[in-house]
Design a binder for this molecule. Structure first.
Ligand code: FES
Length: 234
């Protein structure tokens, strides 16, 4: 099938404003949008710049705004988005070049929630065991691949000029707060209670719609809010 791609471009060395390049390609309905971008880069315009790595929905590097919705380019099939495809960088993060955005602020927020187990107890001789029920409490939030599709689709994130900690960092906080082996809940509750923390969430559900891993993000956010309200994990 013939596919028409419209791609937002920006080269900070030569452009004052973003502009659009347009490309016609031949593609199969089951090709992915990433395959279409590769065709453009390999056969039409080698300067086109975008991130990709695993090409299988695992690394999270090719989250893009595709026909106005945040998606992984390697997971979206052309037959599901139609013959006219618009591709833009994620909104709310500074553009480095074309479809590549600067993720440093996003990862700084991720690091700020202390995304690791905090436990000062003496090291046990064997691993710290956990019941099936305890593991299930945070199973959903272990699926996050840090692609930033959720945070950059969030109107609260846009409205706060990127200062709001955002759904991805809250999901990561949830993953550790609700782990029975972790003792860092007070530290994370304090981080979440910051004016740019979890209470900035207005439950728009854009994050749930954008998440390529199907994480129920607003449920996780509601649980973090409840923990912040009670001052402890229950
Ligand atoms: S390239 Fe790794 S998630 Fe798409």
């Amino acid at each position: 099938m013939q596919v028409h791609l419209k791609i937002q471009r920006f080269n900070p060395e030569t452009d004052k404003e973003p502009w659009w390049s347009e490309h016609d390609i031949e593609a199969e309905p089951a090709d992915r949008v990433l395959d279409a971008l590769n065709q453009v880069k390999w056969f039409q315009d080698g300067a086109l710049t975008y991130r990709r790595s695993c090409a299988h929905g695992i690394c999270g590097s090719d989250a893009l705004r595709i026909n106005g919705r945040n998606r992984l380019a390697c997971k979206v099939l052309i037959k599901d988005v139609g013959k006219k495809i618009t591709v833009q960088p994620l909104m709310g993060l500074p553009i480095v070049k074309d479809l590549v955005v600067n993720m440093e602020g996003f990862f700084a927020k991720y690091r700020s929630v202390k995304p690791y187990l905090i436990n000062d107890e003496p090291e046990p001789e064997r691993e710290r065991l956990q019941s099936v029920e305890d593991r299930a409490r945070f199973d959903d939030t272990t699926k996050c691949i840090l692609c930033a599709a959720c945070t950059t689709s969030c109107p609260s994130f846009w409205a706060a000029n990127g200062e709001y900690i955002g759904p991805a960092a809250i999901v990561q906080s949830h993953r550790f707060m609700f782990d029975s082996r972790d003792h860092g809940d007070q530290e994370r509750i304090s981080i979440m209670s910051d004016e740019m923390g979890v209470w900035r969430c207005r439950t728009a559900f854009n994050c749930v719609e954008a998440c390529p891993r199907g994480i129920d993000i607003t449920k996780a956010i509601a649980e973090v809010k409840m923990a912040a309200l009670r001052g402890k994990i229950e």
